[in-house]
Design a protein around this ligand. Structure first.
Ligand code: HEM
Ligand code: HEM
Length: 178
């Protein structure tokens, strides 16, 4: 049977691990108490910081691997769709680096000590009380919902390929190729 070229195993593993962590991160964001002046990074807030910094590290690893390991050539599609796919993928990469950095800067402005996965202490990205990093909290929220919309588009495109175009695109990224 015709086997379309697939993403290599590390790229597929990172794609799906990060999908799970991003889903968890949104759930944590919705369940954690509203963050106000004086909120301490404990409980679900600590989980949000720990999972969010893990996403940042895995995204950095994924981008390095993407540069080294490459990606299969895109499947044939109208030019506007190829451009749209490039743009959405690029925005997802940039967005999921920028989003945790904004959260980290805001956490530093609140005087929290930020740890990677709750284990390794990270430096402060901003001075405590810094105005720009306090504002970064609002930007973090807006960017998070913008990226959620973009994920929606990305999933719709994947489903369109699977059920309408039927070109087996999903198999390129599926955890197992069989
Ligand atoms: C947190 C959510 C997600 C993010 C951040 C994300 C991100 C990405 C990125 C950046 C790429 C491009 C890979 C590259 O060429 O370098 C990609 C590819 C892909 N994603 Fe996702 N993705 C997400 C969720 C999903 C879901 C839920 C599905 C399935 C319904 C999916 C299916 C795919 C497929 C099939 C490809 C390969 C496209 C191709 O062959 O050209 N993704 N994803
Ligand atoms: C991909 C990673 C992340 C996602 C998807 C995400 C998502 C969100 C969302 C949706 C909210 C708003 C919650 C609401 O509606 O009330 C939020 C708030 C917040 N997040 Fe994140 N977050 C991420 C990473 C991080 C990281 C790494 C940190 C800190 C190191 C962080 C710190 C915060 C803080 C401090 C707030 C409250 C901001 C404010 O209201 O001023 N986030 N996050």
């Amino acid at each position: 049977m015709f086997q379309p070229a697939a993403y290599n195993a590390p790229a597929r593993a990172l794609h799906w691990l990060i999908v799970l962590l991003i889903a968890l991160e949104f759930v944590l964001a919705w369940l954690m108490p509203g963050i106000r002046r004086g909120t301490q990074p404990v409980g679900l807030v600590a989980w949000h910081v720990g999972v969010g910094t893990t996403i940042l590290a895995l995204m950095a690893l994924r981008i390095v691997w993407r540069v080294i390991g490459g990606a299969p050539a895109m499947l044939p599609a109208p030019r506007w769709q190829l451009r749209a796919a490039h743009a959405v993928h690029g925005l997802l990469y940039v967005g999921f680096i920028a989003l945790p950095l904004l959260g980290w800067a805001n956490a530093s402005a609140r005087g929290w000590s930020v740890q990677l996965a709750g284990l390794v202490s990270l430096p402060a990205l901003a001075a405590q009380g810094a105005g720009w990093a306090r504002a970064a909290g609002d930007v973090h929220q807006v960017v998070a919902y913008g990226l959620l919309g973009l994920i929606g588009l990305h999933v719709l495109a994947a489903l369109q390929h699977q059920f309408i175009v039927r070109d087996d695109l999903m198999r390129r990224m599926w955890p197992r190729r069989s």
